[in-house]
Ligand binder design. Sequence first.
Ligand SMILES: Nc1ncnc2c1ncn2[C@@H]1O[C@H](COP(=O)(O)OP(=O)(O)OP(=O)(O)O)[C@@H](O)[C@H]1O
Length: 370
Amino acid sequence: MSAGVGVDLENLWIRFGDFVAVRDANVHINGGDFFSFLGPSGCGKTTILRAVSGFLEPSEGNVLIGGNNMKGIGPNKRPTALIFQNLALFPLMKVWENITFSMEIAGASAKERRKRADELLDMIALSDQGDKLPSELSGGQRQRVAIARALCAEPHVLLLDEPLSALDLKLRQHMRTELREIQKRVGITFIYITHDQGEALTMSDDIAVMRAGVIDQIGDGKTIYNDPATAFAASFVGENNVFRGKVLEVDGTEALIRTNRSGVLRSRISTANVGKMNVGDDAMMFIRPEALSLAAKGSTGDHYVTAQVTHEEFEGNSFNIFMAGDGGKEIKVAIPNHGQSFDDHTGQAMTLEYEVDNAVVVPAGELAAE
Ligand SMILES: Nc1ncnc2c1ncn2[C@@H]1O[C@H](COP(=O)(O)OP(=O)(O)OP(=O)(O)O)[C@@H](O)[C@H]1O
């Protein structure tokens, strides 16, 4: 198998007429990593992938693969292979013939092709399925065959454009584990595009969060979830409660925020913004539903929030309490279900407690659409 090589985007701009689809992207992807671009529809993910694969020439900046500048190098001369959502396996060809189609075009003998197909079938854990037709496989198995077919040409970088989105939910979740295992076995660099944060978080070494052509943050899943750099990253990845306000006081890595509706609250400053937030700045503070808990009645201080309960729901693993928040948004509190009894609090004012470390403040900015 070929080794994974690094991919770099340097000051990459992609314009379509006056429209800027990718704005000054700078990304380093380590060789052999599973790297995801995560963002909503239309944010420029596919455009970046097309620039890496060579189907699109950047307006400005460079794409480097294995340290080599790809300027002027066409798609079929690059060490990349691309997998789309629509697999397009040949329905009348057996699985092994599908996998080694590129070798047939190159004039390889049937014996050579079969040998290579068997190696790749082992790799995708479909050892005995080579003589079947694609229609005789499950959706997930067909997906693996498409991956094997892309790997047949020994790319150093595999580019995957939302390859799981056509599958049903259960299979999609199962395929996350499969894909990650295949990637580890093959050892090459995977660049994965998705709007599904669960996919990005479960599979990736690193994730780039994208918004309207801009990369907001690059980091591993835990960093992006626990330490978002922007309001968009905080609100796009996982559920989050937002408290808007202004910075009242900065104390190293912590700040006091005068919120519009919930008094003065203390928060950790997100790492990317330490040293950059000043008194008087518009700010957004985020606390996840699972980081809020019910406090004793009458508790006050800068890590307590009091709000009116609008409704509640039982979700199985948690009791969810919804409270009146700021700017028409609700505050959601998720109380883990340990089999305890749970009173209905609708209409009551409740006080919630949080650990300052579990609150994160960033400069006010665009929130992800719900
Ligand atoms: N050839 C083109 N000409 C003009 N505009 C384009 C072209 N290709 C893409 N765009 C625009 O660039 C933006 C980014 O498109 P892109 O396909 O990269 O988004 P995406 O993040 O992959 O979205 P999705 O998840 O829906 O595929 C979109 O607004 C799209 O309309």
